[in-house]
Design a protein around this ligand. Structure first.
Ligand code: ADP
Ligand code: MG
Length: 733
């Protein structure tokens, strides 16, 4: 479960947020696994159970099995060889035959105070894994570190399965169980879902469902609990999905209640633009343009995701949308995640709209102070109708005169924090003339429909499902790293024909950095941007420099350039311009070229250590070639031996070029949490339900959400408070 600990707990239920019976230490340990109050405890569900309801006889148990027996202590001794240990000889109380009764218990770690539990004649209930003594049972059977309790011969057995909870450091099952069981005694969950809906889907009451899952009675099928198909589990998953649907619907309703400028135009500017564009839009582009334009003429802020495979031509759609807003008398902003990409958009759009007389401002973090101030002035005074740049555009000191449309390219590359900042910026703009700008987000990572609908708050989706005409498929080859020299020959050949080539340096796996990754991710989540440099990046850089030097030496007749993340924005842009204008023939690059870079003359790409890259990343990288009309090739150099999933990834890359197919495969290999990444999903990840296997419940929840919103708004609020507990803001990002 993602750390809800990082968030201030919201006191939402009618009982106390601070639990009187918890010590400071216990509260701290519970908080670390996200349990801040009794309701949290009640909703903390077991991941499995142990069966302590039965006692078996040793004679019936197989070696390797985990069993519970009762036995009487014969003797105990503390041995010192091979190391200090407590050895207890016991006799099975249920043995039919004295020969089969003996069992040895071994404790390597034990307290002195424990020893008194093992006085001869003491009766124990013991649970552990049975091991066969070696040498044909010469040494008898034994258990190492079994659980045990001193009992009497009439001590009752539990009649319920014993829950095992997800836990944390320093928090044992016994303590956690006690806290949860106490919480269950003092909390009764009131029903938040109206009875007719429960009847319709044959779901049990929430309070009963929760109690059953914590303490299942003996007659409940263990399989249905393990598979989470038991009606009690169905109810939990339904509630969780319902909360998600309700919050999406509420976000949607809230948006409908806000106003945005109605961007009505005669379409003159867009028509002039399309006329002088060197190509015509594909039917898919025309369709999404229409979808977007329809939204722009409505009085509520558009929130639309434009997805299309790499190279499908999203930029020109963005340009049309921007011109539509500008024609209606408003400003538009286009924001990109990297300077390289922003710069490229700037040049491309400037070229496209040169004849239209639309003043464009350019703003990135690497501009000089004076230039920045000039850009800000142009934006604030309204002289600039279009602003292009990086997230410098959403900094506090940037004010728009009349912002009508905000476009975010490669939106998945922005952190949740930045996406929220953009929303707040949008609200800022509202303050001045009571209108919120429309928003268009673009992404080349196709999001499967079910995910899009459940993970992304209130987002309409437009899809460009075809590539511009004349594109030739990219041939993808897998080549072992040992044949690097052959590949260099191939590169020489392509360069000699006047083609341009990318050589992508591998991701470096730095063990130290990997260890820091957890902390790093947290940072990403809170500030929404990566720390400036890590050791990985430093290694990466060194590797890129070495590669450039080696290739320059091997190919002395060609100009080899180098671009990487640590170059200043100006230097990066200069290299990219050289490549764009063919002054650099071979470009050695780190993954900074992953997104958006568009140089149609480049038709060969080599990716070193391709096995280290994820599928989405490989697909993005490969999308840098195959943009012109020449036959393109992507060579994936790999270093055996390959892991199974690496093999699967490379095979997928060779077999398909379809971004949606690749995304499906990626989802299958990684699961939705990994697939979307923390940055993408915020904290919206489901804890219990699974979008793939619980599709029926997703449909039920969607239906119930509509009904509840119409009939019972108070129940909606109660339900959201219970399940979201203040996480709604992130869901909107
Ligand atoms: P992406 O969707 O990956 O952002 P781009 O917008 O960069 O793709 O477009 C890729 C290339 O295709 C660009 O060079 C662009 O000018 C060109 N392009 C876009 N639409 C068309 C079209 N309808 N016909 C021909 N070329 C197009
Ligand atoms: Mg793009």
């Amino acid at each position: 479960m993602p750390s809800r600990a990082a968030k201030a707990p919201a006191a939402v239920e009618p009982f106390k947020a601070k639990v009187a019976s918890w010590s400071e230490a216990l509260a701290g340990r519970l908080a670390r696994i996200g349990l801040h109050d009794e309701l949290d405890c009640v909703l903390h569900l077991p991941m499995r159970y142990e069966d302590e309801t039965r006692i078996v006889s040793l004679a019936d148990a197989r070696d390797g099995e985990t069993v519970q027996i009762e036995a009487v202590v014969r003797e105990h001794v503390i041995q010192y060889r091979p190391r200090r240990q407590l050895v207890v000889q016991v006799d099975d109380a249920n043995a039919r035959d004295a020969d089969d009764a003996g069992l040895t218990l071994r404790f390597i770690n034990f307290y002195g105070s424990q020893v008194k539990h093992f006085e001869p004649g003491s009766r124990l209930r013991i649970r552990g894994e049975l091991r066969g003594g070696g040498f044909g049972h010469v040494f008898g059977r034994e258990m190492i570190h079994p659980h045990y309790a001193v009992v009497r011969d009439d001590t009752p057995l539990p009649d319920r399965l014993t829950p095992v909870y997800p836990s944390g450091v320093g928090l044992g099952q016994v303590v956690l169980r006690r806290a949860i069981s106490k919480a269950l005694q003092s909390v009764k969950l009131d029903e938040t879902v109206p009875a007719p809906w429960l009847a319709r889907y044959r779901l049990p009451a929430i309070d009963a469902a929760i109690r059953l899952i914590h303490n299942p009675p003996p007659n409940v099928s263990q399989e249905s609990l393990a598979a989470r198909s038991h009606p009690a589990w169905q109810r939990i998953k339904f509630d969780e999905l319902l909360a998600q649907q309700l919050s999406l619907a509420k976000a949607h309703a809230a948006r409908r209640a806000r106003t945005a400028p109605v961007l009505k135009t005669k379409g003159t500017l867009v028509a002039r633009f399309l006329e002088q564009l060197p190509f015509t839009l594909t039917t898919a582009q025309t369709r999404v343009v229409r979808e977007i334009e329809a939204d722009l003429t409505r009085p509520h802020p558009m929130q639309r995701l434009l997805q299309g495979d790499v190279g499908s031509g999203k930029t020109v759609v963005a340009a049309v949308a921007a011109l539509h807003a500008i024609d209606a008398g408003y400003q538009a902003v286009l924001m990109a995640p990297t300077e390289i990409l922003a710069e490229q958009h700037f040049h491309k759009l400037a070229e496209w709209i040169a004849a239209l007389d639309v003043p464009v401002a350019w703003l990135t973090g690497s501009l000089k102070k004076k230039q920045k101030a000039a850009a800000r002035d142009a934006i604030e005074s309204g002289i600039a109708r279009l602003a292009i740049g990086t997230h410098a555009l959403i900094q506090d000191d940037v004010r728009f005169e009349r912002l009508g449309l905000a476009i975010v390219d490669e939106q998945h590359r922005f952190g949740v924090g930045q996406r929220l900042a953009l929303r707040f910026k949008a609200r800022d703009a509202t303050a001045k003339f009571h209108r919120e700008p429309h928003q268009l987000m673009m992404s080349a990572t196709p999001i499967p429909r079910t995910l899009a609908m459940t993970y992304f708050a209130d987002l309409e989706v437009s899809t460009i499902d075809m590539l511009p005409p004349g594109r030739r498929p990219i041939v993808t080859k897998l080549i072992e790293a040992s044949r690097r020299d052959d590949v260099i020959e191939r590169v020489r050949h392509a360069l000699a024909e006047g083609r341009q080539v990318y050589w992508v340096c591998p991701l470096i796996e730095d063990p130290d950095a990997a260890a820091a990754e957890a902390g790093l991710l947290l940072q990403v989540k809170t500030v929404g941007r990566r720390p400036s440099a890590s050791r990985t990046e430093t290694l990466q850089l060194q590797n890129a420099i070495d590669t450039r030097d080696a290739l320059a030496l091997a190919l002395p007749e060609f100009h080899v350039g180098l671009v990487h993340g640590r170059l200043s924005g100006i230097d990066k842009a200069a290299v990219m311009r050289d490549f764009n204008d063919c002054r650099v023939a071979l470009l050695v690059a780190t993954t900074v070229i992953e997104v958006g870079v568009d140089v149609p003359n480049a038709s060969l790409m080599v990716i070193e250590h391709a096995e280290r890259f994820g599928l989405a990343q490989l697909h993005q990288l490969r999308g840098r070639v195959g943009r012109g009309t020449a036959d393109s090739v992507c060579i994936l150099l790999f270093q055996p031996p390959l892991s199974l999933t690496a093999k699967e990834r490379l095979k997928t890359m060779r077999e398909t070029q379809d971004g949606f197919e690749i995304a499906r495969k990626d989802l299958e290999l990684r699961g939705p949490g990994e697939f979307l990444g923390h940055r993408q999903s915020g904290e919206a990840l489901l804890r219990f339900a699974d979008l793939q296997s619980d599709q029926e419940l997703v449909d039920a929840a969607r239906e119930a959400a509509v009904g509840m919103l119409a009939d019972d708004p108070a129940a909606v609020d109660r339900h959201l408070q219970r399940w979201l507990r203040g996480g709604e803001e992130l869901l909107k990002a």
